[in-house]
Design a protein around this ligand. Structure first.
Ligand code: SAH
Length: 382
């Protein structure tokens, strides 16, 4: 059984603007506004993003007077923790409250000697993929860079991972596989990732970051060129007919266009394979013919295929494929030379699953529903 969820008492939002989430140029501008020299911005960067300092008073390389005027004007705020849940298997999920009352979730999935943080890019999601509960939520907005970076800062706080460790990190990887479609919030996600990747700060390198998209084709090239992070594609079907139905975005960007964009993805190589995520839906996309078509579809792409057993939710119009069907599917893909791991459920007891973020916490709070079976995101670590 999990520890009981911790319900935090709502605190009034800090009226001071937070410096968390600012990039180097913005921080420099704030420092200049105070009439300070540019090197102060570099010092601040170090305290905020390398050391994770939450109190200006602790910034001992900075003159006392400046510390005081910084503290008067600014905060170093993280998102507010509304609920903090731990699974028996170590998976941990935070429900975070934002200043406007919206809520998002962030999930830490530990593995031996490493761990992934599953980060949200939007409140809710507009994509309405048929198998995803997040897509049934009505409230949707983009997250700010501060709210995206803040998820990482908060997780680092909670796991005691400051200053940025050289190695042996609990958060070694970041996957943009939480709520939302990151490529519908590209500019902000890009800005947040640049802050997160900066080698003198949080310093999680682009090799350890995976951006997952349902297939916003025009943006995929930019991800490769401008960010160079690993790419994951939520594929889920191998014909336009099926994909149109279960991933409606396919009607806008059909498979041929999507696959062309993936083939051209800058930096894709055997050392840096593209990940295809494939949710196993009974009698929808799980036949041997589907597996063979998948192999043909991705031929020549340095790729691996994550097979995700479908996480059911109340009213979902699908069932999870049988274990035998999943194994049969995996064998065909694997025999064709592609790694095709089947993801074992984790964090079942805390509702931390792919496609269930936020909605699960709403349910939990409404009626204290217990025991719903959920899985953690597939292959956070690649
Ligand atoms: N919008 C982006 C980021 C979300 S990633 C994207 O689509 O890639 C979340 C992953 O969980 C996606 O691969 C999604 O297809 C998968 N998923 C959604 N609902 C699920 C469910 N009920 N069971 C298993 N996986 C699910």
């Amino acid at each position: 059984m999990t520890a009981a969820p911790l319900l935090a008492v709502a605190e009034p939002a800090d009226a001071r603007p937070s410096l968390v989430g600012l990039d180097r140029a913005e921080l420099a501008a704030e420092v200049a506004r105070l009439g300070e020299k540019p090197f102060r911005a570099r010092q601040l960067w170090h305290w905020i993003y390398f050391r994770g300092t939450t109190d200006f008073a602790a910034m001992t390389t900075i003159a006392k007077g400046l510390r005081a005027s910084l503290a008067e004007r600014y905060a170093l705020a993280r998102p507010r923790v509304v609920m903090d849940q731990r699974s028996v298997d170590g998976t941990r999920k935070w429900l975070l409250g934002l200043d406007d009352g919206c809520e998002i979730e962030t999930v830490h999935i530990p593995e031996e000697n490493r761990g992934a943080l599953c980060v949200s890019s939007q409140v809710g999601c507009t994509l309405t993929c048929r198998f995803c509960h997040t897509g049934t939520q009505t409230l949707v907005r983009d997250l700010s860079a501060a709210e995206i970076v803040g998820q990482v800062m908060l997780a680092r706080d909670a796991l005691g991972e400051w200053p940025s460790p050289k190695d042996g990190r609990l958060i070694s990887n970041i996957v943009l596989m939480g709520m939302g479609e990151p490529l519908y919030n590209y500019d902000t996600v890009a800005k947040a990732l640049r802050v997160i990747m900066d080698a003198e700060g949080i310093a999680i390198s682009r090799r350890k970051i995976t951006l997952s998209t349902a297939g916003v084709v025009p943006m995929i090239k930019r991800v490769g060129e401008e960010l160079g992070v690993s790419l994951a594609i939520s594929l889920h079907a191998v014909t336009d007919e099926v994909r149109d139905r279960i991933v409606p975005l396919n009607r806008k960007y059909p498979l041929a266009e999507l696959m062309a964009a993936v083939r051209d993805y800058p930096g894709a190589s055997n050392a840096r394979r593209v990940t295809f995520e494939y949710v196993m839906l009974k009698d929808v996309n799980d036949s041997p013919a589907d597996a063979k078509a998948l192999v043909r579809l991705i031929a020549g792409i340095p790729a691996k295929v994550n097979l995700i057993p479908f996480n059911p939710w109340p009213g979902a119009p699908f069932e999870c494929s049988t274990a035998a069907a999943i194994a049969r599917f995996a064998r065909i893909v694997n025999d064709a030379g592609y790694a095709s791991p089947v993801r074992t459920p984790r964090g079942r007891d805390i509702l931390a699953a792919c496609g269930q973020l936020r909605s699960a916490s709403e349910r939990l709070r409404k009626s204290a529903v217990r025991g719903a079976a959920v899985d953690t995101p597939a292959s956070p670590l690649g």
